[in-house]
Ligand binder design. Structure first.
Ligand code: SAM
Length: 228
């Protein structure tokens, strides 16, 4: 994307103050049957494809880079996709402000920035803190779909999701413990996946379903807690 910074530091001062807003579709009088969210969407080819293929689903693309969000929003309006919205969110600090508990059917974390340098590793997004927020916002039986082309990062994310702490949140590997998935949940690829495959490189994919006990399962709420 020309003229837009490739990377921003999620722990930079400008991004630490929580300022993400509740997803706009939550304010509508009628709610969609299904909500799919792309975390770190960049150009959002995946989200555009999903919204076009499934007009009855609500698709939300989130990214920390505001110029990317503005550009995607203009494009969604231009192509007339009313079931697609984009919003600013720093996944490291304020996803809890965007959705209420039990209202997302599937999160897609596709090709997150690998932050290879040792001093940058703390910027990687999939932490136990994020897992806790995702588990809370997924409806019972909802899914987390993760993909990357960086094997080291794939192993780290797999370890995070196989951790007993993630199991306690309800995450179960759809493919079996410690296994990568062969196929994604929908026949669509993000821009980064298309590039990876064109280069003949491997995609490492994980799919986790979240199980919730009756105790942690609330009803679908229409907006996040105003106190957040
Ligand atoms: C490599 S791109 C992947 C884009 C797209 N999902 C794909 O597969 O083509 C990673 C995206 O994650 C975004 N990102 C990185 N850290 C983030 C954070 N803490 N919160 C939200 N977005 C973040 C970046 O701005 C970038 O757009």
């Amino acid at each position: 994307m020309r003229g837009v910074r490739q990377h921003v530091n999620p722990f930079g001062l400008a991004y630490l103050e929580p300022r993400a807003r509740a997803a706009r579709y939550l304010a509508r009088s009628t709610q969609p049957d299904r909500v799919e969210v792309e975390l770190g969407c960049a150009d959002a080819d995946f989200s555009f494809g999903l919204a076009a293929a499934q007009p009855g689903w609500q698709v939300v693309g989130l990214d920390i880079r505001e110029p990317v969000i503005e550009r995607n929003s203009r494009r969604a309006e231009r192509v007339g996709l009313a079931n697609l919205e984009f919003a600013y969110c720093n996944l490291s600090t304020d996803l809890d402000r965007v959705f209420a508990a039990n209202c997302v059917d599937r999160f897609h974390l596709l090709f997150p920035d690998p932050w290879i340098k040792p001093r940058h590793r703390k910027r990687r997004v999939l932490t136990q803190t994020l897992c806790g927020v995702l588990a809370s916002q997924l409806r019972p039986g909802g899914e987390l779909h993760v993909a990357t082309d960086v094997f080291e990062l794939a192993l780290e994310m797999l370890a995070e999701l196989e951790d007993p702490a993630a199991a306690a949140l309800g995450f179960r590997n759809l493919t079996g413990p410690w296994r990568f998935a062969q196929e994604g949940p929908v026949p669509l690829a993000s821009r980064r996946e298309v590039i990876t495959r064109r280069r003949g490189q491997r995609v490492w994919r994980m799919r986790y379903v979240v199980h919730k006990t009756a105790l942690v399962t609330g009803t679908r709420r229409r907006s996040p807690d105003p106190a957040t």
